[in-house]
Design a protein. Sequence first.
Length: 758
Amino acid sequence: MNGKDTIERREFLRQVTAGGLVLAVGAAGCRRVDDAAVPQETGGGITPVAWVRVDPSGTVTVICHRSEMGQGIRTSMAMIIADELDADWKKVRVEQAIGDEKIYGSQNTDGSTSIRNFLDQYRQAGATVRALLETAAAKQWNVPEAEVEAQFHEVLHRKSGRRLGYGALVATARDLPLPTGDRIRLKEPAQFRYMGKEIPIVDLRDIITGRAVYGQDLRHEGMRIAVIARPPVYGGQLANLDSSEAEKVPGVERIIRLPRAEIPTAFNAVGGVAVVAKNTWAAIQGRNKLKLTWNDGPNGSYDSAAYRKELGATSRKPGRVTRRQGDARAAIAKSAKQVTADYYLPHLAHAQMEPPAALAVFANDSIEIWAPTQDPQSARGTVSDVLKIPIEKVTVHVTLLGGGFGRKSKPDFIVEAALLAREMNGAVKVVWTREDDIQHDYFHAVAAEHLEAGLDANGKVTGWLHRTVLPPIGSTFSSDQQYAGAFEVGMGVTDLPFDFDNYLAETGPAPARVRIGWYRSVINIPHAFAIGSFADELAHAAGRDPREFLLELLGPDRTIDMTRVGLAGDPWNYGAGFDKHPISIARYRNAVELATSSAGWGQSLPAGEGLGLAVHRSFLSYVAAVARVKVEANGRVTVPRIDLVIDAGFVAHPERVRAQMEGAAIMAMSNTLYGEITFQQGRAVQSNFTDYRVTRIAEAPREIVVQVVPSTAPPGGVGEPGVPPIGAALCNAIFAATGKRIRTLPVGEQLKPGAASA
């Protein structure tokens, strides 16, 4: 990863295909690619999502078009293909794709889509190569194809017992037409060699021995390091610069002003002043000595405490209707008991362990970039636009990501490296410090959630109202966006599955004052927290057990017909059709029952301890969470155990699913107990892990018990669905332990003796 050689796409394809058997796989099928193929020819009417190569040595290479950030896609993708190919896992290797839509199709690793969108194509790829190798063996032996069978990296002729390894069949297979129809046989689950099994990730040895290359590890001959003083307020710009002291720092070479992007800035860099130096320490010290005066612009008065009051007031007024079923207001007014609650969630920072970094090399009017990006194509396109050079002159390589959570799909840090590399006419690596990352994030939206419900004399819900108010993600791309979009309200609000006749969902306006971006599980976080907490509040208002009350809210087993629930617009289903991924109450109920059984729901607990329950569907998967908490006399909250059940349909790599659910539990604890970004005079107050807390090792649960529901249903997402229900489960458990409701996050100091109600 020294970045010395730039490979043109045509040459790249020739290197990939030289001497080997290569298939490009897309939704419309497969195509064999030969040595003379060029990018526009590779698809043959398909957009490839997977490339599989078998070379004469028998080595199988899978080129992974998605970014690896710990979710295990390099391994899972290769496992699926190798299984259908019946390959020997020891002879399978994985290469990371460069960013290029013509060669690889969509490479945006967001939305928990890498398996759920491409499982069928991955399986088809492996099965097609297997069938082609069987045909090649039959041709070499001059026997009927029905007499041969691929078995663990060889093809067997059943009658004679002859065997040929995959490598020995490549030359013949390269000249054969691709198999079609019944010749391509997908395996039955009982035949799986790797899928559903425990396979260590392919990067494991490099990661634990320190050989793995992340963005912060990048090196290049002649490379300079740059750190940047960015406007402290979103939309601000430099008014005055005195760099004389910075220029005296040993190792500092240049001070460069970066162009300011107009708000909304989208994926562009926000501007500022770059200090370019021979090493990171010199660059940071030089930045510290800059004397800067800023014009703060339109967001210089942003105060998150005042903004919270504005959002709360808006949430208590009638808003824009997004779903109307029956007459919720009338039903609530006539009910025997009315319950109202307001919930608030602050801005969150992604705070992934690896802050952003990018290396760019500019030469001969072309630029080559290495970066830990979730979306190399957005990076490529944005750099092309900003530098005003043809996109063919931009190459983006993807390193391992030390965490992403949606932050690294925004290429602003890559654009900075590209601008500076061009200015220096060479190699520049932009390094973000932890403070840079936390204070200049694409923040998770602050949200106010207002809920009302009525209960009849038997404690059953007669009507439910949910009003959500938050600055939408669209505000980062368009200045007229103030209402949550259909996909945002479709994350828990308009797709609410509960069984009652009267429901009203609304959203209110909220102008953005900072960059708003997607964050792991996105707007499911505030919606699941409000809904899961409110369901628990209603259970206690009705004098019912929360588990039984929640199951009653879900109602009988059925699928929800989203065309008949009174939506104001088109339903949102994470980009999938409801025919393939319907909302299933049976799957909701099963997750709740398994989680509560595992956690020992109903057991007697010591004083100061409690169990809390919540369930949520997101990214086409169902997750139920039961948290056990202990609240000490001084208000300190500890979490001895969290039980999680995920029904994600078919699961290819259960070890990675459990790992992601465990990580989701830790992240959700951070969000719920500690996480908060506040703003004063437009500036983020928090700057590092000293004041933006994340869960420490000593604070993690002693037990995180994860059950993965066996299923043959189409796969759902896995990376994100674990986060949303855990916040409500934790706060419901706190109520069970103390009798105190938490409606404002983070929990923070709220449980300390004498603490005022938030």
